[in-house]
Structures are given as structure tokens and as C-alpha cells.
Design a binder for this molecule. Structure first.
Ligand SMILES: [Zn+2]
Length: 368
């Protein structure tokens, strides 16, 4: 395997226990000073960058004209307002005249919307989304509440090969998937793998909820913790790779040491710059603007990062890289980007290598 043979001697020969391997392409003396000032901002994250929805409630009975500023950790509402919500309504600028014809048209649209809503829910959330009692399980696996109490938008169900129907709170299943070290998703009641069409449906539902900034973790606190917010960001990245056929467990990413994160950067840089021998057309298609001064894909030469030790900074930087590689407009190009990233991931992480051995075990001339 490429990983162990390439780094084994380098790591063993170094005098410091945690020393990072030297980049073989560039002696340390010739390394230019970093052009860009780096570092995590000291201040706390501002509200605007929070990757979740804002609570849809009014701020309070005293201030019904102001929307609650908290993050919506419980579907559409924050924990404080989830039990007895009063929806905040912005004053409508359009006044519809109330004549009889308009009224009838509105009724028709409402009727159509109602019937199509059920169909759409069936398609997106499975056979038991509207009627949870159709499912074999009557409690949620995480909250242990009855399934009828799962907020409708979080319900997801499927029918397995034996025609048994199972219903889940999307958040519970998503948290289960994140916590498992395996890449496959198992039905916790039957221990059988959820794959094929049901898996696609589940991933699509997760993506749809995240696209609308719904939170995919259960949280009981008023404010989302920094850790929960970070979890959402890693989850968003993992879902993009899932959709391209590269499933990963979030624990694979969280488990990387600083040394492995450094090697991840280094490998990706080397694959991209040299080893894959990518044409400039391919590079520009996979990551538009990758070589520009404003939005370079690799802001630093690997050697310039040898002194960095902050785990937070490293994780954020690698996460940005992983996102960037799957941000092309065409799916073919995103799939290529995912392939490159997963190859580097498999080289640096033995766990990933176990699942994606085919990425690193092929002879060099056939590998890509
Ligand atoms: Zn609220």
C-alpha cells in the first residue's frame, strides 16, 4: 500500500516523535515565506455564519413583530418555542381582493396543494410519513418517544425486502450514521443494511433538509454548541460525497491527527500537482479558479504548514479543501474531485483504506 511504504521510513527516522515528514520536492531553505496571514479568528462565530435556520417563532408575546433570533435546533423552531409555537409573520405587501371568484380559485389551489403534498411526502419521506402507525416500530430509536411525535418534516420511512415498514426521525438516523465507524447504514432494528433506493431516498431527504438549513442533530439546549455547529458542517461535506458514491463515516474525519491532516494536504497537493498528471482542462473543470490568486485551491506549499499545530485550524482547512473539490457545476467533475480527495484520504487513513482499498492498491499506471 502506498501509505505505509511512503511514510514509514520518513516517520521513523525523524528525531522528534511528532515531526512531520519533509516534502521531497523542495528543500526547506528554498521555501518562501507564507504570502497569506493564517490563523483562526479569536472572536466567537457570528450568528450569520451559523449553518442552521433561524427560529420561525415571534420573539415573545411582548414583541410579536420581531422574529426570534435563536437558531432553529428543533425543526423550524428553537427549543424554547418548539412546544407552543406562534409563527412569526412578516406583513404581507400584497393584498388580495376578496371577491367570490378569487375565493374559489384559492380553494382550488389549496385543494390541489393538499393532495399533492401527501404524494410528495410519500415520495420523499416514504410510506409511513403521514401515518406512522403503519410502521413496525412504534418508538424512535434515539428519543424513545412514540413515532407519532416525530415532527412531520423529520419523518423518514422505508419498506425493506420483507415488506416491513420502518420509520425514523431523520436526525436519529443521521446521528447513528455519523457515530458508526462503518460507511454502511444499518437498520438498528434488523441489523440489515439500508442500501439501494431506500439509502438514496434517505440521503436525498438529508440533503434537502440541510439545503433548507434544518438542523440534523437532536439538541436540547437553547443555543447550538460550537461542536454541534461543526458537526453540521462535517455532515454537509460528507453528504456531498455520499451523493457522489463515496460514503464516509464522520468519525473517519474526526479521528485524523494533526500529522494525518498534514499528510492529507500534502498528498492531495502532490496528487493534484504531479502524480495524477492532470491536464489543465481537467483541473479547471474540477476546481474552477484553482490557480487564481484570490481563490487558490492550495494556499500554501506543504512545507509552509509544517509548523502549524492547531487542530481546529487544520480540520477547518481540510474541510474547506474537501468541499472545494466537489463544488464543480457538473456532476462528472464533482465525481472526479471526490475520487481525488478520497484517494488522498485512503492514503493517510488506515480506516479509510480498509473501505476503499481499490483506490490505493491498483498498479500506478492503471490507478487513475
Ligand atoms: Zn425561538
Amino acid at each position: 500500500m502506498i501509505g505505509s511504504s511512503l511514510y514509514g521510513p520518513l516517520l521513523q527516522n525523524s528525531t522528534q516523535p511528532n515531526a512531520l515528514p519533509l516534502c521531497p520536492y523542495r528543500p526547506m531553505d528554498s521555501v518562501p515565506k507564507p504570502v497569506v496571514k493564517v490563523g483562526m479568528p479569536k472572536q466567537k462565530r457570528v450568528v450569520a455564519s451559523i449553518p442552521v435556520r433561524q427560529c420561525a417563532n415571534i420573539k415573545s408575546k411582548k414583541h410579536p413583530d420581531v422574529r426570534c433570533p435563536l437558531a432553529a435546533g428543533q425543526g423550524e423552531f428553537c427549543t424554547r418555542h418548539a412546544k407552543n409555537p406562534t409563527r412569526f409573520q412578516e406583513e404581507s405587501l400584497v393584498k388580495i381582493s376578496g371577491n367570490k371568484r378569487n375565493h374559489l380559485s384559492a380553494k382550488k389551489i389549496q385543494h390541489w396543494w393538499k393532495s399533492s403534498k401527501f404524494l410528495l411526502r410519500f415520495k420523499r419521506q416514504g410510506p409511513a410519513a403521514t401515518f406512522p402507525e403503519l410502521a413496525d416500530n412504534q418508538t424512535d430509536l434515539y428519543t424513545l418517544e412514540t413515532t407519532a411525535n416525530i415532527p412531520v418534516l423529520y419523518r423518514w420511512s422505508y419498506s425493506d425486502a420483507q415488506k416491513h415498514i420502518w420509520i425514523f426521525d431523520v436526525r436519529s438516523l443521521s446521528m447513528l450514521k455519523s457515530s458508526e465507524s462503518k460507511a454502511v447504514l444499518e437498520n438498528p432494528y434488523t441489523r440489515t443494511e439500508i442500501s439501494g433506493t431506500p439509502l438514496k431516498s434517505f440521503l436525498a431527504r438529508c440533503q434537502q433538509l440541510r439545503a433548507n438549513k434544518y438542523c440534523l442533530v437532536h439538541n436540547d439546549t437553547l443555543e447550538l454548541t460550537e461542536e454541534q455547529l461543526w458537526h453540521q458542517q462535517v455532515l454537509d461535506m460528507a453528504m456531498k460525497y455520499d451523493a457522489l458514491g463515496y460514503s464516509m463515516s464522520l468519525s473517519w474525519f474526526d479521528a485524523l491527527s494533526i500529522q494525518q491532516l498534514y499528510l492529507f494536504y500534502y498528498e492531495l497537493w502532490e496528487l493534484w500537482m504531479y502524480r495524477l498528471q492532470l491536464s489543465s482542462v481537467v483541473r479547471h473543470s474540477v476546481v474552477p479558479g484553482w490557480a487564481s490568486n484570490d481563490t487558490p485551491l492550495f494556499r500554501w506549499l506543504p512545507n509552509e504548514l509544517r509548523g502549524r499545530r492547531e487542530p481546529k485550524w487544520w480540520r477547518k482547512m481540510i474541510l474547506d479543501l474537501l468541499n472545494r473539490l466537489v463544488s464543480a457545476t457538473q456532476k462528472d467533475h464533482r465525481t472526479l474531485g471526490a475520487l481525488y480527495a478520497m484517494t488522498a484520504f485512503a492514503i493517510v487513513s488506515p480506516t479509510v483504506r480498509q473501505h476503499y482499498s481499490w483506490l490505493v492498491e491498483m498498479p500506478e499506471d492503471q490507478a487513475y
